[in-house]
Each structure stands twice: as C-alpha cells, then as structure tokens.
Design a protein around this ligand. Structure first.
Ligand code: SOE
Length: 387
C-alpha cells in the first residue's frame, strides 16, 4: 500500500488531534487510500519537538521547519502552528512541491490568505484548511437533506459558537488574544468554523452587518509558550497586558442564494463549552444541530401529518455519511477525533486520486474575506460587501 510521509509543523493541542487522525485513519477507512506515515515533527523548541515525536509517534523531530519543508522524503506538510506563521510555512511548502493541510483560520487576513492560495495554485499541490466540524456525520447529513430538497429553498441560517474558557478575567493572555499573532479573536478562532458551515450548507455570504466587543481589556501575561486555553488561571498580583482582539462577534448575513441569517460567537459564555449550533429554516422544513449532542440531527418536515409535526431526532450511524467507515451502531459516540480522522482521509484521498478537496485554501481565503468584512462592518457600523 502506498505510504505518504507527513511532516507536522507544531506539536501542541492540534498536533495531538492530527497525529491521532493519521494513526486512526486506516483503522476506520480500510483499505486506506494511502498510509500516512508520521515522519517528522517540528517545534522551535528542540526538547518539545523530541517530546512531541515520542508522544505522537513520529519517526524523527526537528526544530528547523525550513529544512523539513525542503526534505525530498516528505510528501505532506501539516501546519498546526499559531496563525502568524501559516502563510510563511505554507508558501515555502508549496514552492517545495508539498501537499499542505493547514489549521484554521487559513491566515490572519484575506491578503495573507490570498498569497497562500496563489502559491498552492501555482505549485499545483493539494491543499486543505482544517475546518473539521463539517465532517461531523450529522452536519454532512444536514447537507445531504438540503441537497435532496428535503427542506426546500433555504430562508434562514442561525449559527452560534459559544465557549467559556476565556470568560474568567484571570485566564491568561494566550496568543489567541493578540492581533499580531491571531489576526482576530473569537471571530478567527471560532466564528470561522460556523462561517464554513454556513457556506457549506447554504452558499456563499455576500454581505454582513456586524458588531464586535472586547469585554476583558487586559489579561495576565502568560508564562511559557504553552497555550492552556484558560485551564490555568493567574492569581495574586500578576503583570497584565492589553487584549487587542474581539471577545465576541455577532453578525447578520446575506447569502448569494437570497437566504439571510446570523452568526454569534464568544468564548465568554459561562456554561457553554463547544456550543456550535445551527438552525436552518427552509420553505418545507427545518434542521437543528448542536455539537454538544453531535450524534443527533433534529429535523422537522412540513410533509409530516399535522398532528405529528415537530422536531424529531435522527441519530447518526452506518446509514449516514461516513457511517460505514465509523462505528456499526448509531449513537455509539462520534467525537472530535472522528471528524479529524475523516478530514485526514479526505485529504489523503485527494492526493492519491488527484481530486479537489474542500474546504481548501480557496474556501479559507473566502472565509478570510468574510472575516475582514465583519471587522470592517463592526468598525463602520454599516452593511459591508464580503464578495
Ligand atoms: C479554542 O477556542 C479552540 O481550540 C479553537 O481554536 C478550535 O478551533 C475549536 O475547535 C475548539 O476551541
């Protein structure tokens, strides 16, 4: 069976998720399109690179991503670093002829994302941006129902992404609160996942009307480079530094199809954890999804008899998208790992079969254009074109 050598740049939280996906992919998808071989892991800190290699099962490690990107033995560059390094690494990898999977958001701005898109197009390599949630079987099932016309023409998409890991003012100033590294706050970090879903399920977004807030204006400076996502709180008299990104974003949307909608995202919503929801209303039915109950898709069809009408639950399983490859019984439990495994499978299939995969750098670029428009609209307090 063909083997593709992977070099992963970055060894943090996302590195863990991608490594599990490479290891697990052939166990779910057999025969696998190719075996992803965990060859090299890179971290600028040599000791952390070594630990990542031991922990995540890579053959070797390095602290020099430039050398690794040039290594002729590597087929795939997997970018799981903070947002400010995505463009530089991806452009170098494309020039070296490597296929690239890059964590989301693609980059800090649309301009940076465009350079990445141009580079992969010019090099003719395969490219994917890791908006993994759309590979949750229930979300792919929503897409199938929509394509089959089960809810008719879509009128409205209402999406949310709510978390609470940064609601405490003592949770540290990670790179996710710094504009020069992250590009934006809740917008780039989590709202972009819902923008991806909205484009996937409804169509492209042509105009936005947004507002953003920064609730907590300064946070304790974080010691060490490790991003603990609020689990480690500062106490006592600590040094603080300003937050220069949005904590919360709300936007109305207009779609190219004529549908309308809204997205809200915040990491300051106490009690909400990975509360990714959407409710879609069509002319002949509705669909509701909540990632906190990710085996379930709630549906209501206007063709149901009047005395039985209401939302009912479909539990995803073998009869549904990716179901045959995953678990044999509905509701056995789909998780974050499964979405990453399906993502790895679809990316590797696109390389082996020379097909396009989505979301790719074009989608990442479009999401960056929409994100820039959201920030512009929040600044000007006006409807702003995003196409
Ligand atoms: C933090 O908000 C975070 O890790 C995001 O960066 C991820 O994209 C999301 O999947 C989980 O939460």
């Amino acid at each position: 069976m063909r083997k593709l050598n992977v070099a992963m740049i970055g060894g943090g939280f996302m590195g863990k998720a991608h490594s599990i996906a490479y290891a697990g992919m052939p166990m779910f998808f057999w025969p696998a399109p190719a075996i992803p071989h965990r060859m090299t892991v890179v971290d600028i800190n040599e000791q952390m690179a070594k630990t990542a290699a031991d922990r995540y099962g890579f053959e070797n490690y390095s602290s020099d991503w430039r050398r690794v990107v040039e290594d002729p033995n590597i087929d795939i560059i997997d970018i799981v670093t903070p947002n400010d390094s995505h463009a530089e690494i991806a452009i170098a990898a494309a020039k070296a002829g490597k296929h690239i999977i890059c964590e989301k958001p693609l980059a800090r701005t649309a301009a940076e994302s465009k350079l990445m898109l141009d580079a992969v197009k010019e090099a003719g390599v395969k490219h994917m941006v890791a908006f993994n949630y759309r590979r949750t079987p229930a979300i792919a099932l929503a897409k199938k129902y929509i394509e089959e016309g089960a809810i008719g023409k879509i009128l409205n998409f209402r999406g949310t992404y709510l978390q609470d890991w940064s609601a405490d003012p003592n949770s540290p100033l990670s790179w996710r609160f710094k504009k020069d590294i992250a590009g934006s706050g809740a917008l780039g970090d989590i709202a972009t996942h819902v923008i991806d879903m909205a484009r996937y399920l409804v169509g492209d977004i042509t105009e936005v009307m947004a507002t953003t807030q920064t609730w907590i204006k300064e946070r304790p400076v974080q010691s060490g480079g490790v991003d603990k996502l609020g689990t480690v709180k500062a106490s006592g008299d600590v040094q603080k530094a300003p937050v220069d990104v949005d904590d919360e974003v709300s936007t109305f949307l207009r779609f190219e199809t004529g549908a309308v909608g809204s997205i809200e995202a915040t990491r300051n919503a106490w009690g909400r954890n990975n509360f990714i929801t959407f409710e879609i209303h069509g002319e002949t039915g509705s669909i509701y999804f909540n990632y906190e109950n990710r085996d379930e898709l709630q549906v209501c069809f206007s063709s149901d008899p009047g005395d039985r009408r209401g939302f009912r639950t479909v539990y995803t399983g073998p009869a549904h998208p990716y179901g045959e490859a995953l678990w044999p019984i509905p509701a056995l439990g789909i998780g974050y790992t499964e979405t990453k495994i399906v993502e790895a499978h679809d990316f590797i299939s696109s390389i082996v079969n020379d097909t396009e995969v989505s979301p790719n750098f074009y989608d990442g670029y479009r999401i960056a254009v929409i994100s820039d428009a959201i920030l512009e609209s929040a600044r000007t307090e006006k409807w702003t074109k995003s196409i």
